[in-house]
Design a protein around this ligand. Sequence first.
Ligand code: HXC
Length: 257
Amino acid sequence: LSEVRGEGARKIGLISLNRPKQLNALNDQLMDELGHALLAFDADDGIGCIVLTGSEKAFAAGADIPVLAAHDHMSAFKNGLISSNWETILQVRKPVIAAVAGFALGGGCELAMMCDFIIAADTAKFGQPEIKLGVIPGAGGTQRLPRAVGKSKTMDMLLTSRMMDAAEAERANLVSRVVPAASLLDEALAAAQIICAMSGPAVMMIKELVNRSFEGPLRDAVQVERRMFHSLFGTSDQKEGMDAFMSKRKPEFKHGS
Ligand code: HXC
């Protein structure tokens, strides 16, 4: 869902992920629509800043697990599982603020981290729980999370699947600020409105430069991450982890044997 908000010469492009029944689980259709909405706002001279949000309960609970579950190693590799529509957001030259309430897990946390900064509701929960499904992050989580919160917390979260609440995420610098859930959207729109009034070229240059400091050598690592992610679709643990989630039971992993 995309709409224009705010006032003045340059307005805010607001995009809301809207698959509430599945906690905004991210599938190709949603990522295509998100990509189109982002590029349309980016191309629109009347838009100065973009806000990306989800619902009260979830920003996004990750990639759509039943879709992932249908893959094997070769289909993941050949079809480019997590196709380029996942990274359209990285082409956007105007700032994108993630306004996160509820769960931002797996691909949802990765999507939030691809935004320029994250404003969190006090209900936000961040995590990379892919290991519980027998796989690993596939959209930059192993690279962007340590850049934000450091190695120790990243290892803890990725290896144990532990989630971070909003207070911890703020302490760890994953988010720029935490606000009461009821005012999340207002706060994000207010920040976006301030940015809209700033000089557009200066805003775009700051975004480009800060991301250069952050993203530089990351692209290779993310590509390696993607290939390893694909390779796990050749294991029985991936089938077991995803089947267990969908059958609402505990997984019994065989550890690659
Ligand atoms: C598909 C999902 C989903 C997901 C939740 N749902 N997460 N469907 N893909 N990622 C669905 C549930 O099946 C359920 O559908 C409905 O949303 C509500 O979820 P519940 O589990 O009933 O809610 P709750 O008990 O509140 O638990 C919330 C939750 C849990 C903690 C977020 O849903 C959960 O653990 N989800 C999976 C999170 C995860 O593993 N994410 C990483 C995915 S892998 P029904 O039909 O039963 O009501 C990934 C890889 C990224 O992201 C790779 C690169 C992009």
